[in-house]
Design a protein around this ligand. Structure first.
Ligand code: MEV
Length: 355
């Protein structure tokens, strides 16, 4: 049995524009997906997933996710979750040259699904790491990032950047521009996250921006202006001392750029009433800046505030289901201790219950 985990992320700047070759700066945050993999003696793959905002489901299939679980949750979310796990299994089989390997897989995650915190990337990254290790192959975080990107690219019909998967595999703050992926230094930024309890359809949102960009020059300009903001933002980070608490002047200017970035994403049609109202609640509570994070349409916003005010303000905001502080996750994908015997017996019971 092998257990691996990988963090979720917030976008400080640059989602959507990164799909068109502009730079983006996502930051890994301490909310993790944990994937437990045990090799089977046949070629079947049995998946048990809990805490994915899906009520938990179990499905057994051989080789593909053609068999869908019969559960009372939105089909697109289940399809998406199963598609990512399936793609991770294929990458692991390929990396270990073991096309017929079968696995029992358990996915646990405290990252809400489809909410802009990189849940799918974290599941794919941790899944590839655990499954390849279980087959006796140890990949570097960069190799895992590359394979996880291929998996996401396939599931998202070629509409994925390397940003989410690279960030989850490497941890910390990263900069992604096309195929050029680097880790960068950043101070521990005081992230506060607001979650509306919903999710966006990444594929549809990315397609919507693509159509706008093709149809209108001003939409294409909006996308490249996001790239300009990212370049200005990363220059600020490069000048900051990564080991010291961020200075007020830095937070002030990063916050201003985040506000600008949110306005441009709103103009591109990927915000929503609940995301906008959480962004405004955060600003009114005194956050330095706030923006949606990820594909948008619903899900999460990220704000900068070292005080408790934004979290409290968000908790009283209609449409906000949860608000929490998120530390920068300096570690990306990592091997975890397998559960003790007593833990795994408890796990077996709940497989039966959730199937
Ligand atoms: C989704 O988390 C981020 C997007 O930029 C898509 C991508 O980069 O693959 C919207």
């Amino acid at each position: 049995m092998t257990v691996s985990s990988a963090p979720g992320k917030v976008y400080l700047f640059g989602e959507h524009a990164v799909v068109y070759g502009e730079p983006a700066v996502p930051c890994a945050v301490e909310r993790r997906a944990t994937v437990t993999v045990s090799l089977r003696d046949d070629d079947h793959v049995r998946v048990r997933a809990e805490d994915l905002s899906l009520n938990g489901f179990t499905v057994e299939y051989s080789g593909s996710t053609g068999d869908r679980p019969d559960v009372n949750v939105p089909a697109p979310l289940v399809e998406a979750a199963m598609g990512y796990i399936d793609a991770a299994v294929e990458q692991a089989r390929d990396a270990a040259d073991a096309p017929d390997a079968g696995f029992d897989i358990t996915v646990e995650s405290d990252i809400p699904l489809g909410a802009g915190l990189g849940s799918s990337a974290a599941v794919v990254v941790a899944g590839i790491d655990a499954a390849t290790r279980e087959l006796g192959v140890e990949l570097s975080p960069r190799e895992i990032a590359d394979r996880a990107y291929k998996a996401e690219y396939e599931v998202q019909d070629g509409q994925a950047s390397r940003a989410d998967t690279f960030c989850s595999a490497m941890g910390g703050a990263v900069r992604v521009e096309g195929d050029d992926c680097r880790t960068i230094d950043a101070p521990a930024l005081p992230f506060v996250i607001g979650f509306d309890g919903g999710a966006g359809d990444t594929g549809a949102l990315v397609s919507g921006v693509r159509d706008l960009r093709e149809q209108y020059d001003f939409a294409a300009d909006t996308v490249s202006t996001i790239g300009d903001i990212v370049r200005r933002g990363e220059a600020l980070l490069a000048d900051a001392d990564p080991d010291a608490d961020p200075e007020e002047a830095l937070l002030d200017e990063l916050g201003r750029f985040m506000n600008f970035n949110h306005g441009l994403l709103e103009a591109l049609g990927v915000s929503s009433r609940s995301l906008d109202s959480m962004v405004w609640a955060a600003r009114e509570a005194g956050a330095y800046g706030a923006k949606l994070t990820g594909a948008g349409g619903g899900g999460c916003i990220v704000a900068l505030d070292p005080t408790p005010e934004t979290q409290t303000g968000l908790r009283f905001t209609p449409g906000c289901e949860d608000a929490f502080r998120a530390e920068l996750a300096t570690e990306g994908v990592r091997l975890e201790e397998p559960p003790t015997n007593a833990d795994s017996t408890a796990g077996d019971d709940s497989v039966e219950e959730s199937s």
